[in-house]
Ligand binder design. Structure first.
Ligand code: 3PG
Length: 306
C-alpha cells in the first residue's frame, strides 16, 4: 500500500486533514500524519518509507530528501517552494510541486488587514489615516497580488502594479496601473505590498535606495518572505525616517533591534497569511489530489523542478 506523509510543523485545520485523508484513502493509500514536530529527526525518520510527501513551510532539505528511500513526489501545499531543495529532489528523480493560487485569498486579506492595522496606529486609540485615495504598489502581480489589487480598489486606493514576468496588458487587465521599473513603483507609492518569491534574484533585493525613495508616510507590508528584504538596510531606513512603517508576517532575523521602533513596526508571532480553514482545505486537498493524479496517471501539472 502506498504511503503519503503529511509533515506539518504548523498543522492544517482539522477539516483540511479530514479532506486530505478522504482523498488519500479513497485512492487506496495510507495517510501518515506528523504534526507539530519539534525535532527534524522525527521528520527524517517519518519520510524514510513513504511514497509521497505533503508539507507547508517545512524544510524538505537535502538531508530529508536523502533519507527518503521510496519518495516519488513532494507537494508544498502553498505557493512558495523555497523550502524544497529542488536540486536534491531532481537528482533523486523526485517530482516537486506547489499548489498555486489555493491560499492566495487568505494572504491577500491579511495584507489588507495589515494596512488598516498600521494606518490606524495598531489599534491603540490614536488618530490615524485612511487608505482611501492613497497609492498602493503591488510588487508582483501573481495570484495574491491580483486579489490585493481587487480589495484595494474597494478601499478607493490608487493601485499600481509591477511584475517583471507579466505584460503591461495583463497588469492593466487586473485593474492596476502598469509600472515597468520597480524603482518607479517604490518612489510613487505610499503603501507597497510585497508578493515576490524568495530566490537567487530576489534575495535582499528590497534595499536601502528603494525604501528611502518611498513617499512620506511610507508603509511596507510583507506577506511574502523575509529573505527578500535587506534587513540591515531596512533597520537603517527605520532609524533615518521617523515616518517609515514596516509590518511583516515573517519575523525578521533582526526582530529584537526592530522592536525599538515598535510604534511603527509589527511582526506576527507566527506566519499566518495562509492560516485560515479555507486556505488549509484548498491547499491541502489540492496537494492530495495532485499526488493521486501523479501516482495514478503520471500527471505532472504544477511540477516546479523541471
Ligand atoms: C505560501 O508560500 O503558500 C505561504 O507562505 C504559506 O505558508 P504556510 O503554509 O507555511 O503558512
Amino acid at each position: 500500500m502506498k504511503k503519503v506523509l503529511v509533515a506539518t510543523e504548523k498543522p492544517f485545520a482539522k477539516a483540511a486533514v479530514e479532506g486530505i485523508r478522504k482523498v488519500i484513502e479513497s485512492a487506496g493509500y495510507e495517510l501518515v500524519l506528523l504534526e507539530k514536530y519539534t525535532d527534524k529527526n522525527d521528520f527524517i525518520k517519518a519520510v524514510a518509507n513513504v511514497d509521497a510527501l505533503i508539507i507547508r513551510s517545512d524544510k524538505a532539505s537535502k538531508e530529508v530528501i536523502e533519507a527518503a528511500n521510496n519518495l516519488k513526489i513532494i507537494v508544498r501545499a502553498g505557493a512558495g517552494y523555497d523550502n524544497i531543495d529542488l536540486q536534491a529532489s531532481t537528482s533523486k528523480g523526485i517530482v516537486a510541486m506547489n499548489t498555486p493560487g489555493q491560499n492566495s485569498n487568505a494572504v491577500a486579506e491579511l495584507a489588507i488587514g495589515m494596512m488598516v492595522f498600521m494606518s490606524r496606529g495598531q489599534f491603540k486609540g490614536i488618530s490615524g489615516t485612511e487608505l482611501k485615495g492613497k497609492s498602493i504598489g503591488i510588487h508582483a502581480c501573481g495570484a495574491v497580488g491580483k486579489i490585493v489589487s481587487k480589495l484595494a480598489h474597494g478601499f478607493d486606493m490608487d493601485v499600481y502594479g509591477c511584475d517583471p514576468y507579466l505584460s503591461e496588458a495583463t497588469i492593466k487587465s487586473q485593474g492596476m496601473k502598469f509600472i515597468e521599473d520597480v524603482k518607479d513603483l517604490y518612489s510613487k507609492c505610499q503603501y507597497i505590498s510585497l508578493h515576490i518569491p524568495a530566490n537567487e534574484q530576489t534575495k535582499k533585493s528590497i534595499n536601502y535606495d528603494l525604501l528611502m525613495s518611498m513617499p512620506k508616510g511610507a508603509t511596507l507590508i510583507n506577506t511574502a518572505r523575509k529573505e527578500v528584504i535587506d534587513e540591515v538596510a531596512l533597520l537603517k531606513v527605520m532609524q533615518e525616517r521617523a515616518d517609515f512603517k514596516y509590518i511583516t508576517d515573517i519575523i525578521p532575523d533582526n526582530h529584537a533591534e526592530m522592536l525599538q521602533f515598535a510604534e511603527r513596526y509589527y511582526a506576527t508571532s507566527k506566519k499566518q497569511g495562509a492560516e485560515t480553514a479555507e486556505a488549509n482545505i484548498n491547499a491541502g486537498i489540492a496537494a492530495a489530489n495532485q499526488i493521486v493524479n501523479f501516482l495514478e496517471k503520471g500527471d505532472k501539472t504544477f511540477q516546479v523542478n523541471k
